[in-house]
Design a protein around this ligand. Structure first.
Ligand SMILES: C[S@@+](CC[C@H](N)C(=O)[O-])C[C@H]1O[C@@H](n2cnc3c(N)ncnc32)[C@H](O)[C@@H]1O
Length: 325
């Protein structure tokens, strides 16, 4: 089956297991962000959420519960094959079938990086138990080369909140509180992922020009965020009606249009960067390094501490330690 090609990006109205097998090369994708059907009667999900059905795009293809394990094994095998070494994959999952996804992942060579909890608003209302208001996001990588992780893409090293807490640290904690988007009167897909969540993943785990893939496109929200951030894109959606509605949506997205909406991190230069090292400073560094060796298990933590104490960058500190020891 031929894809729809829009601005060089490929969109397949096809089952992602067969489709990726035929159309996507080994080791070719930089980042996969995907949100498979949940295997919990998802074609009726909107009733739980009291949504107005007029605004939900029909045609959601669900996976029967007894096929979910095998289905997960098959698509995750393809995901592993198409990822580049060092490439990242983020899988959004509910709780019910999370164990099948974990089992499938553990049958690959993909490596676990983080288990992220995404807390959202509009959880299913209950009276006799707690309200479920989170999803799981499994962040894995294909081993091989260094993974892209743009540490300062959203918050600079020294940016602080009013209480003095590091904004960079807070943004990288593994519980993300991100609201779903409320779009009254606009047609949307069931379970559409918010732009803020997709943008965050794209900023940390890819660069402009990288090839991003979503195996279960639904409302094309991953495609929209990726194209908006000038990434290249390829994706699959098996439902014809959902695919057609997504194609209309993506045609309107301008490449790079989201870049100007991003917060600009403030980068402050370490206070002594590029200044020549004095003999006194070198002696202090050597002494302090020896002291920290007994305090810290990992060298990277020692370097981090020395950067703060000496007001110098990581490479400057590493180079000087090498010279002095
Ligand atoms: C949870 S939704 C994805 C929602 C999407 N992340 C969004 O933000 O709109 C899962 C989608 O996968 C589609 N789907 C189900 N089985 C599929 C398969 N084998 N290949 C490709 N798409 C499939 C469903 O029709 C549904 O649209």
């Amino acid at each position: 089956m031929k894809p729809q090609i829009i601005k060089g990006n490929r969109y397949f109205n096809q089952d992602c297991i067969q489709g990726s097998r035929k159309n996507i090369d080994d080791d070719s994708i930089d980042l996969i962000i995907t949100d498979p059907p949940y295997g919990i009667d998802g074609d009726k999900l909107h009733r739980h959420y009291n949504r107005d059905e007029d605004y939900i795009v029909d045609g959601y293809v669900e996976i029967p519960a007894d096929e979910y394990a095998e289905f997960s094994h098959q698509w995750i095998k393809q995901a592993e094959r198409i990822l580049k070494p060092g490439g990242s994959i983020y899988i959004v999952s509910g709780y019910t079938n999370l164990y099948h996804i974990l089992d499938a992942l553990r049958n690959t060579d993909l490596e676990e990086i983080n288990h992220i909890i995404w807390k959202y608003n509009f959880g299913v209302y209950t009276q006799k138990k707690y309200i479920s208001s989170h999803y799981h996001i499994l962040f894995y990588q294909k081993p091989g080369t260094e993974r892209t992780f743009n540490l300062y893409s959203r918050y600079g090293h020294n940016e602080r909140d009013k209480q003095g807490g590091s904004l960079n640290y807070q943004d990288r904690e593994d519980v993300w509180i991100i609201n779903r988007e409320y779009k009254p009167g606009r047609k949307k897909n069931k379970n559409e992922l918010p732009k803020a969540l997709l943008t965050k993943i794209l900023q940390y785990s890819s660069n402009p020009g990288d090839l991003v893939c979503d195996l279960f496109m639904g409302g094309f929200s991953t495609a929209e965020a990726a194209v908006g951030l000038k990434r290249k894109f390829v994706g699959f959606e098996v439902s014809e009606s959902i695919f057609n509605s997504g194609i209309e949506r993506i045609k309107k997205v301008k490449e790079g249009s989201l870049i100007k909406t991003l917060r600009k991190p403030k980068h402050s230069k370490p206070r002594n960067q590029n200044k020549p090292w004095t003999d006194d400073e070198k002696n202090r560094l050597k002494k302090r390094y020896q002291e920290l060796l007994s305090e810290y298990k990992y060298k990277k933590n020692i370097v981090k501490k020395l950067c703060e104490e000496f007001g110098r960058g990581k490479f400057g500190i590493q180079r000087m330690i090498k010279q002095l020891t």
